[in-house]
Design a protein around this ligand. Structure first.
Ligand SMILES: [Fe+2]
Ligand SMILES: [Fe+2]
Length: 134
């Protein structure tokens, strides 16, 4: 299962697409490292930390965009982010405590976040936001 960036991830909202692409690149980097290292040594905490921090920043940016534009499904979107944030924070805590992370579980979580959240949940706000900001 290899992640490939394609137009299905594009919202057409430049700032959001840049951020999603950055998250995608970080996941790709992490995935390459995990391929090499997971079974032998520890997974690269630095990339994971960067990925988790950036993901949280992206959520804050996206939420303020939706809130400022009175997106009617803001609360549902925020709840979806909050659930992802809880998982992200758990990974961060485990890393801070030098706990071993389950690589396949982490990769599954990231796939889930990219495919389900960006392609389905984020796509829901696209036409509404585009109309508002145009
Ligand atoms: Fe997003
Ligand atoms: Fe989102």
């Amino acid at each position: 299962m290899k992640l490939i960036w394609n137009e299905e991830f594009l919202t057409g909202i430049e700032s959001i697409d840049e951020q999603h692409k950055r998250i995608f690149d970080l996941i790709e980097r992490l995935e390459n490292e995990i391929d090499k290292q997971c079974s032998t040594t520890e997974i690269p905490a630095e990339i994971i930390m960067e990925l988790l921090d950036y993901t949280l920043k992206h959520f804050i940016f996206e939420e303020s965009l939706l809130e400022q534009n009175d997106y009617p499904e803001f609360t549902d979107h925020k709840i979806a982010h909050d659930m992802l944030t809880m998982k992200v924070m758990q990974y961060k805590e485990d890393l801070d405590a030098d706990k071993q992370i389950d690589c396949s579980e982490l990769i599954n979580f990231l796939y889930e976040w990219l495919t389900t959240h960006i392609k389905i949940v984020d796509m829901k706000y696209v036409s509404f936001i585009k109309e508002k900001v145009s």
